[in-house]
Write a protein that binds this ligand. Structure first.
Ligand SMILES: [Zn+2]
Length: 761
């Protein structure tokens, strides 16, 4: 029968039994002494942190503690093809063996012997997992310890738990562990969306991941994938046709990249995570990856147009009213090794005039009306270091009495200093702090009256968020960047809700918005072909730092706030270019782009009890019949009933005359206005469109296209006509729907008339 040795005597038999038992006991003792620490199964020790956009698009996958990208994926979120392909390729009796598969081991050993080298693994999935969790040398004792641990894993965990761990830990290429990171890196799909060809490719990788994903291993990978497809067909997972179709597909692995989008933003999110979220491995942010890409394209295009101007650009786009960050561009090119990774949205820079709106809002809180004249005449003040400062305007001129509305919209400097004087330095600092510009306010004392001229420093992110607070009616909240944070088990971690702070009255915020949306008021400071004039209402403010080092343009429509900074990282000046010329065009492009995506224009929403009243265009007082021109301004009933009549205009000998108050006489004499002061501000002047302008219709705008028609000194009593036919003006200014051709627009008031010709193509 068999040629086993025959045991003859009972003594001999006892000795043999004792020896066998002894070996067994020794083996069990040895086996239990093999270290088996289940902490190794905790995925947190290797997990990457993933930063996703608001729709789940991956922006960044960090390398975990083992220097690999590793994204935990539950078995239920994996393509069934992937699971079947892996079992077919690695361990076809996985669901039937107790952790070890002697048949497979013998077969592998035979193959190895036959080919004189170690080719077939022969290890079960459980053994391979044990090897990944507790690495051992490739020796016989090492293999034995691995086998012991495989059996212990099988005793403690279900087959699916073991398979899930294996698929999340297997190597799929250099620095890639697990199918979650692999499917994202190679195919940019989630692991549940993989088709048979992709699943078979991944299942082919773990035995030689580095070689198979290299250029040299391409042919071998193809053969191994086709082998896996054949196994799937043989086991009935794939029909012949599906297997054939999958086998026809070429192998295309995307190059592994940790960074897929919004790199400055992802860096910033990872660096600014609060302590409570340090265990998060998945961060769903507020960023919109598509919008980010389009904003980056707008920035690049603007850069090629600007040529030698500013060399760097930063942009922030947030939603209104919740200040969720949708886009963050920190530099022109993140991959530029010299300075690309500097995030200029977080760099402290001089804001220039971009801070003025906050001072005006605080002054409106304290009773200033946008109709009140502010004296734009030469003034001198002494800064805290004792230096004599004489603020000048962007256009190098003084404008005499300027209504606060015009002074803010035109960004005149002397009136701004007067506004700050009126608010008081202590209240100004407190107000700025509450408006979210606290960093800046901390060192504000040293700037004295220069504060409102923007000689302190702010970041673009803080400034943009502060404007969002203005849009919220004077209520600041910090920018939001996270929608959801999950730990490696998929459990949501609690997010803190933002704290709100009111820093000015809703009515004051409204007045500032209305002024910054007023293109006609902006004209005296910037001329009437301003690039920030948009064919729909937006609230916008520019700023330029001393010596033209930084240019800013910040503002909002009804749904988004946009902040743009341009300048040089080394602080060198961008020659002679203010905020309007460099940051303005980028702001404009982004505003038009958002409009095209359905963002609503800004709409004036006056607080209850506020209505527009007619005032003298020069003094801002209640108009008298001597007043040469009138404009509309917002008042509540109480302020209006206390409003005094104009004291500037008088009749003398049947002629209009201006009686300059004392503070303006010197300026008026210097400006040569005193003798000829009559009608100095009286006759209407069309500010938009400019004479001889040629407008090109932008097809992107469609129905939204409009040309602003506006004039100075043309109040509600002005009569307007376009190409000879009267047009109704709903007060102030309006948008005319452009028609191709040559046009004549005319305005007439009792004080005079003005005509402008322009064309549309
Ligand atoms: Zn008047």
């Amino acid at each position: 029968v068999a040629d086993f040795p025959v045991i003859r005597s009972s003594q001999e038999r006892r000795r043999m039994l004792l020896a066998t038992a002894g070996i067994g006991v020794a083996f069990v003792l040895w086996a239990t002494s093999v270290p088996f620490d289940t902490h190794a199964l905790d995925y947190r020790t290797i997990a990457s942190v993933r930063v996703l956009d608001r729709h789940g698009t991956p922006l960044r996958t960090t390398l975990g503690n083992q220097g690999t990208a590793a994204v935990w994926t539950p078995l239920s979120n994996m393509s069934p093809y992937l699971i079947q392909a892996t079992i077919a390729a690695e361990d076809k009796r996985f669901y039937r063996h107790p952790g070890l598969d002697p048949l497979a081991t013998l077969r592998a050993a035979w193959t190895d012997l036959a080919q004189h080298k170690l080719v077939a693994g022969g290890s079960t999935i459980t053994q391979q997992l044990a090897g990944m969790l507790w690495p051992e040398p490739r020796t016989i004792p090492g293999k034995l310890r691995e086998a012991v641990r495989a059996v212990r894993l099988e005793m403690l965990y279900s087959k699916n738990a073991i398979l899930e761990q294996y698929l999340n830990r297997a190597p799929y290429g250099p620095m890639i562990q697990g199918v979650g990171a692999a499917s994202e890196a190679y195919f940019q799909v989630s692991p549940d969306r993989m088709g048979p060809a992709q699943a078979a490719t991944l299942a082919a990788l773990p035995q030689a991941p580095t070689w198979l994903t290299s250029e040299a291993g391409k042919g071998a990978l193809r053969r191994r994938r086709d082998h896996v497809l054949a196994l799937l067909e043989r086991s009935g997972v794939l029909g012949a046709e599906a297997a054939h179709e999958a086998g026809e597909r070429p192998i295309e692995l995307l190059p592994h990249a940790q960074t897929r989008g919004a790199p400055h933003f992802a860096d910033w999110v990872l660096a600014s995570l609060p302590a409570l979220l340090r265990t998060a491995t998945s961060l769903r942010t507020t960023l919109d990856a598509r919008l980010q890409k389009d904003v980056e394209a707008i920035v690049r295009e603007a850069e090629t147009r600007q040529g030698d101007a500013a060399t760097q650009v930063a942009v922030v786009v947030e939603t209104l009213p919740s200040a969720e960050i949708l886009a963050m561009v920190g530099s022109l090119d993140w991959t530029d090794p010299r300075e690309g990774q500097v995030n200029a949205t977080l760099a402290r820079r001089q804001p220039g005039s971009a801070l003025k709106p906050f001072f005006y809002a605080l002054a409106f809180d304290r009773g200033l009306s946008p109709a009140d004249p502010l004296a734009d005449v030469p003034m001198h003040f002494v800064d805290p270091e004792g230096a004599d400062l004489s603020p000048r305007n962007f256009d190098g001129r003084y404008h005499g009495p300027v209504r606060a509305r015009v002074a803010l919209a035109s960004s005149f400097n002397v009136p701004a200093v007067r506004v700050q004087e009126r608010v008081g330095i202590g209240r100004a600092i407190e107000g700025l702090r509450n408006a979210g510009l606290g960093d800046f306010a901390n060192d504000a004392d040293q700037y004295g009256l220069g504060l409102t001229l923007g000689v302190g420093e702010v970041t673009l992110l803080d400034l943009t968020t502060a404007y969002a607070g203005l849009a919220r009616g004077g209520v600041w909240q910090p920018p939001t960047y996270l929608q959801e944070a999950d730990d490696s088990r998929g459990c949501a971690l609690p997010l803190s809700s933002p704290v709100e702070k009111r820093w000015c009255r809703a009515s004051s915020a409204f007045l500032v918005e209305d002024i910054l949306a007023d293109d006609a008021a902006r004209t005296p400071g910037f001329g009437n072909a301003s690039v920030i004039d948009l064919p729909f209402p937006v609230v916008v403010k520019t700023g330029t730092s001393t010596g033209y080092r930084d240019a800013w343009c910040v503002g909002f429509d009804g749904d988004h706030v946009i902040g743009v900074w341009t300048g040089n990282f080394d602080g060198s000046p961008a020659h002679g270019r203010g905020g309007v010329r460099t940051a303005g065009p980028i702001f404009r492009e982004i505003a038009i782009y958002l409009h095209g995506r359905g963002s609503r224009p800004w709409v004036a929403q006056p607080p209850p009890g506020w209505t527009e009243r007619v005032v003298c265009a020069l003094s801002g007082g209640r108009p008298r019949d001597a007043c040469a021109g009138t404009v509309l301004e917002w008042f509540n009933d109480r302020d209006w009933s206390a409003r005094r009549p104009c004291s500037f205009h008088h009749w003398r000998d049947g002629r209009r005359e201006i009686a300059w108050p004392a503070g303006y006489r010197e300026w008026a004499a210097a400006a040569d206005l005193a003798p000829a002061g009559i009608d100095a501000s009286g006759s209407p002047q069309i500010t938009s469109p400019t004479g001889g302008s040629v407008y090109f219709l932008d097809p992107r705008l469609g129905e939204a296209a409009g040309i602003r028609v506006a004039a100075l000194n043309a109040g509600v009593d002005a009569r307007w006509s376009m190409d000879g036919s009267a047009i109704a003006m709903p007060g102030g200014d309006f948008y005319w729907r452009p028609v191709p051709g040559d046009h004549v627009v005319e305005v007439a008031t009792p004080a005079g008339r003005d005509v402008v010709r322009f064309s549309v193509r």
